[in-house]
Design a protein around this ligand. Sequence first.
Ligand code: ZN
Ligand code: ZN
Ligand code: FE
Length: 757
Amino acid sequence: MSASRVAISIHVFGLVQGVGFRPFLHRIASQHGVSGWAVNTNDSVRIHAEGLSKAIDDFIDSIRRKSPPLAHVEHIETRPATDNGYTAFEIHSSRSETTAVTRVSPDIAVCDECLADIKVQPNRINYPFVNCTNCGPRFSIIKDLPYDRGNTTMADFKMCESCSREYGDIENRRYHAQPNACAECGPVYTYQTGEETVTDINLLLSRAASLIDRGGVIAVKGIGGFHLACDATNETAVSRLRVGKRREGKPFAIMCGDLKAAREYAYLSLPEEELLVSRERPIVLLASKRKGNGVPLAASVCNGLPTVGIMIPYMPLHFLLFERLETKAIVLTSGNLSDEPIAIGNEDAFERLGSTADAFLTTNREIHNRNDDSVLFVAGGIPRFVRRSRGWAPEPVPLPFSAEGVAACGAELKGSFCLGKGNSAILSQHLGDLKNPESFSFYTEAFERFCRLFRFSPRLAVCDTHPDYLSTRFAESLDVPIMKVQHHYAHIASCLAENAFLDRVIGVAMDGTGYGDDGNIWGGEFFLCDLTGYRRISHLQYLPLPGGDAAIREPWRMAVGLLYSLYGKSAVEMDLPVLRERSDAELELLIAAIEKGVNTPITSSAGRLFDGVAALTGLVSKAGFEAEAPMRLEASIACDDTSYSFKTGDRIGVLSIIEEIVADICAGIDTGVIASRFHNTVVRLILDTVVKIAEESGVRTVALSGGVFQNRYIVSKTEESLSAEGFTVLRQRMVPVNDEGVSLGQLAVAAFAGAGQ
Ligand code: ZN
Ligand code: ZN
Ligand code: FE
C-alpha cells in the first residue's frame, strides 16, 4: 500500500508555543499512526508528517479542531515533502530563523490541576511556583523567542531529576513546561522584616497572613511586579497604605478569596462572574454593596465611589495566603509610589516601598517584563477594558491588512505603543503616564524589549499631532520617516481596526483633551471617516479652558469659564456652591485671565464639560485623581428621564445646558437629578447629531471611542439608543477606549495608507 503513503510539511501559525502544543501533536500523531517530527521555530510550529494519506488528513483536521485550551491556531500551511521513512513521531529542539515571530502567550492564572498538585505532590506541598503547560507565567518571564527555558528568567534554575522527568515525558502535563519547578529545584519566597528573615514556606505564609490580619502592610512580589497588600476591612491599615503610597483619592483594588467572598462586597452579573474567574483574572470594576453579611470594607478603599475593583487569586501564593487569612478581603494595589511604574526588582522594591511596607515577600525569580493587573468593567453585558495588561499583553490584535514595520507611539497620559508584524498589531502592556520620568523610561525600555522579542525594526513611526507629547518626541528619535495622526481620529481608527471595519463610519470621539488640527484642544468630535482619512462634521462648541492643564486638575476653573461664557464678568457675583468655595481674589484673577485670553486655550472636550458640570454642582472642585469629577458625577446619578436643551449643528451649542443647570441649582434641585439630566442630555446630543449626519451622508454605522465612553451610563445608553434607531454600533472590546488604545488607531491609519500603495 506504499502508493497511499504520503509525506507532508506542515506549518502551524498562531498561539502555539508554551501552551502544550507539541505534546498534543505527539498524542494525535500516535492516535492517527503518523510518524515524523515537530519543532518550535520563532514564527510557528513546523511539522514533518508521514503516513497514510487518510491518517495525514485526520491529523491535520485534529490540529485545526482539537488543539489544547490555551492554544489558538490561526492558520496552517502545507506542502509536499520527501518520505524519509520515519517510524516514530519525535519532538526536536527549537530553532530560530528569520525575523517572523510566533505569538507570545500572556501570563495565565494557575490551573485547578496545579492547585490540586500542591496538596499532594511531596515535592510540591504548598509550593507557590507550581505551573504546567496550561497555566503560569509566560510574558513576564520571557526574554527572547523561541519560548524555551533558556530564553526565560527560569534559565538560572536547573531542574531536579523529578522535574526533568516531567519535562521530558510527552504524556505529562509538564512536558516542555518552560517554568517547570518544584521545592527541590525552583525559585523560593523569602519573608523579610527589619527583625527576621524566614524562608520556610509554611512559616512565612503564616507570618504574612498574621501580619495582614494585625493591620500591617506587606509588599508581595507577584507575576508582573510587586503589590502592596493590607486588610481591606481595616481603616487604619488602608489609610496608612494611602499615605505611604502617596495616593490621596483614587480607589484601591481588592482581592477576595473566591467568588463567594466577592459577592459579599459587590453585585455580580453573570458576565462579571465569568470575567472574574477567567484565566486572565483581571480587576473587575463592580457595583459595591453597602451592606453584605461580612465585615464591611474600610471607607477609604473606595473613597465614597459606589464601585469597587475586585480580583480573585491568580497565582498559587494568593490561594495559600487566603487559606490562612482571617479577613475576607485584602487591598492588593500596585507596588509603586503615586503614578510611578510598579517595582519589579527586589532592591528597587526595598528602596521605594520600604517606608510603606512592614514586611516583604520577595522571590529569587526575576521579572523580565513588568506587567500590571488589567482592569475591566462590564456594560451592556460586554466586558470593556480600562487597562489592558497582565493576561492579555502581548496578544496581538489581528488586522485585515499588513502593518509590517509600523511603530505607533501612542498618546501620553496613558502611554502605550503598538508594533506591526504582518497582519498583527502587537500592543504593549500598560505603561502609565509618560510625563512621569520613570514611566517614560519604562516606555523606552519596553519598546526595546518588544523590538528584540518580536524581531521588529521600525520602517515608519506614527505619533500624535501634539508637538509636546513625549511619545511624539520618542517617534522623532527613532530616525525613520514619521507620520502624524490626529488624536481623536486615532481613537476612532482604533475602534475601526479592532472591528476590522474598512468602510465609512460616523466616528464619535467623546474624550478628554487632544491636539486639534486648528490648534485648539479637541475632545467632543463627530467625524465622517474611514481608515483613509476623516472630515470633522460637527463638534461641541469651543469653551474656555482657564489655566490649560491646571483646569484638568482643578475643575472649578472650567466651571468658572462656563459661567463667564454665559454671564460675563458678573458671573462671580452669583450664589453658587462652586463660587462660594473660592476667594474673591482667586475668582477675579481667573476672570481677568479668561478675558485677556491669558493661558486660556479653547476646547471642545466632552470630558472637560463633565468636569465643569461636576464642579458647578459642588461635587468636586479639585480632582484628587484623574477623572474624579466625571466619576463622582456619574456616581450621583438619580432616577430622572428628562434632559436639558442644546443646539445641534456643525457646532453643538452646550451653553443652554449650563444655563438650565444653573437654574436647577438655584431652584434647589437635587444634585442626583441634575446629574441624571446632564447624562441624558449627552446621550441625546450624540444621538441627534448622529441622526443628522446619517441623513446627510447615508452612513449608518457608528464608531464610538474616547475616554468618556468609560462612563457606564453614557456608553450603555448611547449604544442602546443608537441601536434602537437602527444604527450598527462599533464598540471597543479588545483595547481601551481611553488613550491607551490610541496607538492601535495610529498604527491602523499608517498601515492602511501603506497597504494601499
Ligand atoms: Zn497548571
Ligand atoms: Zn524540581
Ligand atoms: Fe484621548
